[in-house]
Write a protein that binds this ligand. Structure first.
Ligand SMILES: [Fe+2]
Length: 323
C-alpha cells in the first residue's frame, strides 16, 4: 500500500502511518510478548479496542489504529528537582503503565492494521526523556496532531492561559522533536485526505482555516484529525459526566452549561464559523479526536461522524476501517 506525502512514496515495511500519526513499529519490544501476562488468554488482552467503519470513498480499503492521550511522564535525573517531582506526581496520575500501553498498541497494530494515528497528548509535559520517547516511537517521517499537554512544562512559573500566545514558546521545541508540522499537516492514503491540525485549546486560527480551504480544493474525501473534539451536545454531556459529575447519577438530560473548550468553541468567532462551515462541507467524511479520555461518538454533519477515543494510558484504541 502506497501513500503520498510531498511526493515521497513511503513503504509500510518501515512505517505504520496515518494522518495524525505515523509511527515506526518495526522491532519494538512489547510487554505483550511477556508470557506471564495473561498466560491463558491472548497476547493483547489488555487492549480495549473499539471498531468503526468510515465509508469515505477510499480507492482501496485500509484500516488504522487510532490512539490518543498516552501521557508519557518520563524525566532523566539530570533534568532537575521540579521535573522529577512532576514525574512522580504525574506518573501516579496516569497509572505508570503508559509506555507499556503504547508498546502493546503498536505491537498489535503491526499485524492488524495498515496505519497508526495518534491525536495528541503522547507526552504529558515537556522533558528531554519524553521527547526521546517521541522520537523513539514515531520515527523519521511521522506526522500527527498535538495535544494540549505537548505544550506544558509543569514548571512552577508556568501559568496555563489556554490562549494562542501560550503556545509561542513551544513551537520551536515541538517542530524539532516531532517529524511533522505540529500546527497543520495532511496526508493522502488511498485517495482519502487526512488533515491534522492543532486545536489543543479548543479553537482554530485563521491561518488553519485558510490551509483547510486549500485541502478542500484537492477534491478528496477528508478525515479531520485533531486533539480536542468539536463538541456536539452528546459529546459535551458525556465529557461533563466524566470530568465534572463523576460519582453522580443522571437526574435529567439537560445539557450542562458550556465550559472550557466547549465554551471557547462557542465564543471564538473563527472557530464558530469554521465548525458551522464544516457541517455543510460534503467532502468531510469523519472527525477523529481524543482529549476526553473516554470513548464516545456522535454524528457531526450529514456526511461525517465524530469519533473520540479514550485514553491510551488506559490501553484504549480503536480500529477504523476505511472503504
Ligand atoms: Fe488533552
Amino acid at each position: 500500500m502506497k501513500t503520498t506525502q510531498n511526493s515521497n512514496i513511503l513503504s509500510r515495511r518501515h512505517f505504520l502511518q496515518a494522518a495524525g500519526g505515523l509511527v515506526a513499529v518495526s522491532a519494538l519490544p512489547s510487554f505483550a510478548d511477556d508470557p506471564s501476562v495473561f498466560p491463558e488468554r491472548g497476547r493483547f488482552e489488555r487492549l480495549v479496542l473499539a471498531y468503526q467503519h468510515i465509508r469515505a470513498g477510499a480507492k482501496r480499503p485500509f484500516s488504522i489504529l487510532h490512539i490518543s492521550d498516552t501521557h508519557l511522564t518520563e524525566a532523566y535525573p539530570r533534568e532537575g528537582a521540579d521535573r522529577l517531582k512532576s514525574k512522580v506526581r504525574r506518573t501516579r496520575t496516569f497509572g505508570g503503565r503508559q509506555e507499556e500501553a503504547l508498546r502493546d498498541s503498536l505491537a498489535w497494530a503491526k499485524t492488524n492494521v495498515d496505519y497508526v494515528l495518534h491525536t495528541g497528548d503522547l507526552i504529558d509535559w515537556q522533558s528531554e526523556a519524553n521527547f526521546d520517547l517521541v522520537r523513539k516511537y514515531y520515527g523519521e517521517t511521522v506526522f500527527g496532531s498535538m495535544g494540549n499537554h505537548e505544550f506544558y512544562t509543569y514548571l512552577p512559573d508556568e501559568k496555563h492561559t489556554w490562549q494562542e500566545p501560550f503556545k509561542t514558546r513551544s513551537w520551536p521545541l515541538l517542530k524539532a522533536n516531532f517529524p511533522f508540522d505540529p500546527r497543520f499537516s495532511s496526508k493522502t492514503v488511498n485517495g482519502v485526505n487526512f488533515v491534522c491540525l492543532d486545536d489543543v485549546f479548543g479553537t482554530v486560527q485563521p491561518d488553519q482555516v485558510a490551509l483547510f480551504a486549500d485541502e478542500v480544493k484537492k477534491g478528496l474525501p477528508i478525515i479531520l484529525c485533531m486533539h480536542v473534539p468539536f463538541f456536539t451536545p452528546h459529546i459535551w454531556r458525556t465529557s461533563s459526566k466524566f470530568w465534572q459529575c463523576a460519582g453522580r447519577r443522571f437526574t435529567n438530560a439537560v445539557l450542562p452549561d458550556a465550559k472550557s473548550d466547549y465554551k471557547r468553541q462557542q465564543e471564538d468567532p473563527v472557530t464558530r464559523e469554521f465548525v458551522a462551515y464544516l457541517k455543510t462541507e460534503p467532502l468531510l467524511k469523519g472527525i477523529l479526536a481524543g482529549h476526553l479520555h473516554v470513548t464516545v461518538q456522535d454524528r457531526f454533519s450529514p456526511t461525517a461522524m465524530e469519533y473520540v477515543i479514550g485514553g491510551n494510558f488506559m490501553f484504549h484504541g480503536e480500529e477504523i476501517l476505511f472503504s
